[in-house]
Design a protein around this ligand. Sequence first.
Ligand code: UGA
Length: 476
Amino acid sequence: MKIAVFGCGYVGLTTAVGLAEMGNEVLGVDVNPERIEMLSKGRVPFFEPGMEEMMRRNLAEGRLSFTLDTPSAIRFGQLIFSAVGTPPKKNHEADLTAVLSVADSFGRYASDGKIFVNKSTVPVGTSEKIRETIDLNSTAQFDYSVVSNPEFLREGTALQDFFNPDRIVIGLEPEDLDVKKSMDKLYRPMLDRGVPIQYTDVRSAEVIKYASNAFLATRISFVNELAEFCELSGADIKTVAKGMGLDKRIGTTFLDAGLGFGGSCLPKDLGALIEKGEALGFDFKLLKEVQKINKRLPGRMINKLTKYLPQLNGKTIAIWGLSFKPKTDDLREAPSLELISALIKAKCKLKVFDPVSMDNVKNLFAKNTNLLKNISFSAHPYDALKGSDALLIVTEWDEFRNPDYAKMKPLMNKNIIIDGRNLLAPKEAQEKGFYYESFGRTLSAEKISSGKNSSSTMNEPGLYRSTAKKNRVVRG
Ligand code: UGA
């Protein structure tokens, strides 16, 4: 099939590359000339495992190309995908400017039988706006369809998710039976492998996208509240989450406690759903709490740190992980950014390491010299530890999961680890001589040996005691 994909960001590029890989002829369209030039040369402007290789192969085999030329792209494609961004406005409402601009062009240049497939995340009712915009801009009446086909790709595993989705959701108008045939044809390689496809009305498809992200966010905030409760009650959140998750009705994923959710999607879509509710006179009380719980997590990490270092002024803090999650260099809504600002405000020096996103941090703070001059970027995780008073683990990169404690210990000034993603085994970290804090894991109240230069602060009585009571009576 001939397909034009508007927007060459994470969603658009993954869609364009994935559809080309499935044998279609695909034209990726973007308004950014530098991006188009880069992509045409086979370079991906962001970090996404496997993307560059697959993109290059499809470019070389002639199924994929990129253009700035909107009219030609719309004339070329039988299916016109919108995968442009819908960034949040100040009131969290999704900004539809880019989507409606694609609709505007579709109205001007499309002809009979073309299908507008919306992959951009948009609030319920947007398909009607898309139709209105198309009709407003077309000079003559023509037969077209608008389909809602939300995406469920995760950054870091976008291609894997594209080819092996849990489901494909397609919202269409009841009279659009020909469109259903086209969508079945498009997704046949996946349907043949047993991927379920759900045809719905357009509005339900639009809500499914927001509801899915809001539910994932709710699970994360739920487990984070529970983690706080576990700290007080002496239970272990990992054990509790596993025990809950083994119930098939609950499931084990998205129950990792820690610094919570960041990224461009969960926080944005949660805000947009709450805002849309308000516009319709509905108060999403639960989702507002989900937001609040998530927002206070970086502060919880600072509190854990000040338990050990009451005076942060002049301390050197190492940070492992900057991106909002592993396998991406995306910093949008990353907890690291809030932690960096708070620690620098408290007059700390920072030594940071991230396998892929350090350049993005440098660029982000390029104009903020006060911040940058207090951050040193390390080439290796252990370099960041040299002379540091504590280590904060902020992103769940696999390479942080099994650290060499013996190597770490002499490098650090004080052996404090605050594990914002519950990656390490508390007992092991303690046995290796570290003061270890997690988010909701069981801590032994035993006093452990301090690091090379343990200070008087470190030995203040009572500072390291678990809040959990010892010798609890377990009633059967
Ligand atoms: C999310 C959804 O998972 C995708 O299905 C959706 O398509 C995408 O948004 C989107 O709307 O485009 P993504 O933002 O890439 O994908 O990230 P997730 O894998 O969902 O992780 C979000 C955040 O939650 C990360 O910061 C991660 O560290 C955190 N998280 C995840 C937890 O804190 N605990 C968990 O158990 C899982």
